[in-house]
Design a protein around this ligand. Sequence first.
Ligand SMILES: O=C(O)C(=O)C[C@]1(C(=O)O)C=C[C@@H](O)C=C1
Length: 277
Amino acid sequence: MICGYLGPQGSYSYLALTEGFPEMTPEACDTFSEIIEKVDTGAIAAGLLPVENSTEGAVTAVMDSLLTLQHGAIQAEVIYTVCHHLFMAEKDEAAMNTAYSHPQAIEQCRHFFRTHYPGVKLVPCESTSTACLLAKEAGNGTAAIASRWAGLHHGLKPVRGNIQDNRFNQTRFVLLGTGTPQPTGNDKTAIAFSFHRDTAGNLYEILKIFAEANVNLTRIESRPAKMELGQYVFFIDFEGHQQEPAIGAILEKLRLLTRTFIIFGSFPRAQRVLGED
Ligand SMILES: O=C(O)C(=O)C[C@]1(C(=O)O)C=C[C@@H](O)C=C1
């Protein structure tokens, strides 16, 4: 089964995919929206996407792209411990003037650079593994923030290890595919919705439905609806599976109260944390 991920090889998406789903054949993609589109059209069977990080919060590009999802559904989730390292083509710290990485990784290491390399310019690029290719190509003075695996795989020299600002740095990924996995008794459901009008108590009414059914929410986020200032799309993850009658009843009530209403899927909760070395 082919599974798309944010490439090239060595990105955290790649590491989470190969450790979490070793039976899949990884296919490198350039963007998160490309992965979603390919799953939706059936060009690939599955895709792995980072959705949130314990330090930096939501991966907003993924959330926005998920709103376009048509046929795909979340099948599973994995949690990966992200441990960043600093690499250069030649180990020459004094010459370092630029460091490339994915925007999420840059934010996860910002304090480290302010403290240790305040003069180094942090430049965002498509992924942490693209950063390795850029550092290799540019050579002198250019560094990459990436996993140890990626840096060594792309032939770079390690400069500093464990540079993330927070020792506890985990990213949660979801596996997109098609169909709905069977309930396991320990599942989560992910949805998004918007409201018809901006009126008092909208969100309260939704939260009350969950509270009265005694259903625990595991995540709540909002993103701009990108239509008008003050209009939002809400993303909620909660415990339970859409095929359980109590959860099905909640979803029906929500559908009546909302404008856009998307069920991203019901899937088993992550059982263990990957990437611990
Ligand atoms: O650039 C990568 O290595 C990715 O897989 C992307 C990504 C992200 O978007 O959050 C994945 C995990 C880390 O939090 C940093 C970057």
